[in-house]
Design a protein around this ligand. Sequence first.
Ligand code: GLU
Length: 292
Amino acid sequence: MTQSQDFRTRFAPSPTGYLHLGHARSAYEAFSAADREQGTCFLRIEDIDQTRCRPEFEAAIFEDLAWLGFSWPQPVRRQSDHFDSYEKALKRLDDMGLVYRCFLTRRELEAELEARGIETSPAGERPYPGPRAAMSADELQSRIGKGEAFAWRLSLDRARDYLGDAFHTLMFVEEGYLEYRKTTEEKAHPDWLGDVVLARKDSPTSYHLAVCHDDNLQQISHVIRGADLYHATHIHVLIQALMGWPTPVYTHHELVLDDQQNKLSKSRGSETLRKLREDGVRPETLIARWAG
Ligand code: GLU
C-alpha cells in the first residue's frame, strides 16, 4: 500500500508518568486515522519539563505503544534534544516585538486578575490581559540585573497590531470537538487564554511554543488529541499565524472518564496500561471500545 504524503499526524505524550487508558485512546485515534488515510503517525516525546520527565517513563511509552500494536517512523523526536530550536523561535517573536518579560509571581498574578475583575473564560481559566502599562527600560534592566525570575509572555495586544484584520479572522478546521467526526470551521479566540507563557527565564520553551514549532517542522497535517487540549488550539492558531506556520486540521476526541466521570490523570493515580497488561487485559479488548 502506498503511503500518503499528505496525511501526517502524531501522538505526543509527555513522559511524566506511565500511560493510562486516556493515552491509549489518543494513540488509537491518531494511529488508526493514519492507517485509514494511508498516512503516517509520528511519535513525539514531549519532555520539556525536565523536572517531571523520567527516562523510565519514556521507555515505558515505547513498550506500551508496541503492546497496543502501534508502530511509528524512526527517529523519534524528543523535544529536550531541541531546546535551541525553541529558543530560536522565541527569539524571532522577540525580534518581532511580540513577547515581553513578565515578572509577576503566581500570587501577584492572581491579585492582578482579581483587581482587574477578569472573569473565567470559556477556556476555564482567567486570561491575563497583559500589563496595564509597559515597564520602563530602567526597571526592566534593573530587574534583569538582579536576576529576578520572569516568564516570556506573548502579547495579544501586539499580536493584534501585527496581524491587523487577520487577527480577527483566525480560524481552524475542527473534525471532532463539538460533534464527534463532524467537520466545523471555528473562529479562534486567543483572548480566551490571554498573554500565555511561551518560555521562562530558566526554561527555554512552554508547551504552546514547542508543540506549534514541532507540528510545523514535522509537517503535521492533522492534529488528533484529547478534548482537554481543545482550548489550547485557540492560542496555537495565533502562534502559527505569527510565525507563518500552517494551521493543521484538528480533531479533539472525547476523553476517557473514570467511574466518577473524572478525566483520567497520572496524578489521580488512574490505572496504568502496564497494570492492565499485568492483569491480563488484551490490547484488542481496550481498542474495541473505541473502534467502529
Ligand atoms: N504532550 C501533551 C500531553 O501529553 C500532548 C500534546 C498534543 O497532543 O498537542 O498532554
